[in-house]
Design a protein around this ligand. Structure first.
Ligand code: BDR
Ligand code: CA
Length: 312
């Protein structure tokens, strides 16, 4: 089994990503670290526990990390994800287990003690940046680093050019991309994640699968459906984060290219991921940018793992 750490800000789509990872036998989730993003970190941690309870995995530790971005004031995405970060679903709190403190130490120590761990970053990169600032070598033995964030040719989702995770903490994103990490940053950006739409038809199909999982997904996505219909005239909701997990499980699901990427931090380009696809800067590649995804293959994988759907 592959050891993985999931750094996230649950978050409706983060929760779906957690479900996919937890329901996939190839992965051993050694810990879930929480950063402020879609919701403040304390709320996000509670949401991670709700997901763990659903699949009876409260043995997996949840660690709270950075409450605020490195430099800019924190702006959550509770308008999109609900006050509770889970679409105002009123799922009861988990009281039997408490989240732990110090996500940054957990990330550093785990990566040192367990070579070949894969790290997923599904929220602003604050926790990852802080871990690398405290110990620039902590990624030395990592297996893969897969990030949901940024966009290449697609427009932004919180400014004309910026995707939320990089926009929320642009200084952390800039720092992480400039670290000459020993592995390429696998950038799963809006170019591909926008194509992953949970439609009413897919949700309807889930009804015939695992009852509890269906109820949970239905409850947390209702608000997201309404938001997408109202603001983006999309019938269904875009779920960004689960593609990172699916792609790690099945690399044939998506493809891209290697390039050098930098993140802008201020002004109208705040949070923009600038991909030097023509090699103007003559700098070494630091990223692998996904550009194409097989949506049908994604849904087959998601439904068979998360919902235990047969015949998919
Ligand atoms: C990203 O921002 C959040 O709203 C989602 O959880 C995802 O990680 C998409 O821009
Ligand atoms: Ca997220």
């Amino acid at each position: 089994k592959k050891n993985i750490i999931i750094d996230c800000d649950p978050g409706i789509d983060d929760s779906l990503a957690l479900l996919l990872a937890l329901q996939s036998e190839g992965f051993n989730v050694v810990g879930i670290t929480i950063v402020s993003g879609n919701a403040p970190a304390t709320i996000g941690a509670q949401n991670a526990l709700k997901v763990l309870r659903l699949v009876d995995r409260l043995d997996i530790p949840v660690y709270i990390g950075a409450e605020e971005p490195l430099k800019v004031p924190f702006e959550s995405a509770q308008d999109t994800h609900g006050e509770d970060g889970l679409g105002n679903s009123r799922i009861p709190f988990v009281t039997s287990v408490q989240p732990k403190a110090n996500a940054i130490s957990f990330i550093k120590n785990t990566l040192k003690q367990n070579p070949n761990t894969t790290v997923f970053a599904l929220g602003p990169l604050t926790n990852i940046a802080l871990a690398l600032k405290e110990d620039p070598n902590c990624f030395a033995e990592i297996s893969r680093f897969i990030v949901m964030g940024g966009s290449y040719l697609s427009h932004g989702n919180c400014s004309p050019v910026a995707e939320y995770n990089f926009w929320c903490d642009p200084d952390a994103a800039k720092f992480v991309f400039s670290q000459n990490l020993p592995v390429s940053i696998e950038m799963v950006g809006l170019d591909v994640t926008r194509k992953i739409v949970l439609t009413p038809t897919i949700l309807e199909y889930m009804k015939h699968t695992d009852e509890q999982i269906y109820q949970f997904i239905q409850q947390i996505t209702q608000f997201y459906f309404d938001y997408h219909w109202e603001h983006e005239t999309v019938l269904g909701c875009v779920i960004n984060d689960p593609l990172t997990i699916a792609y790690a499980l099945d690399p044939t699901l998506a493809k891209g290219f290697n390039s050098h990427v930098e993140i802008a931090t201020t002004g109208i380009s705040r949070g923009q991921s600038i991909v030097d696809d023509h090699n103007f800067w003559q700098l070494p590649n630091n990223s692998y940018i996904l550009t194409d995804v097989d949506q049908t293959a994604f849904w087959h994988l998601f439904l068979s793992r998360v919902c235990k759907a047969e015949g998919s």
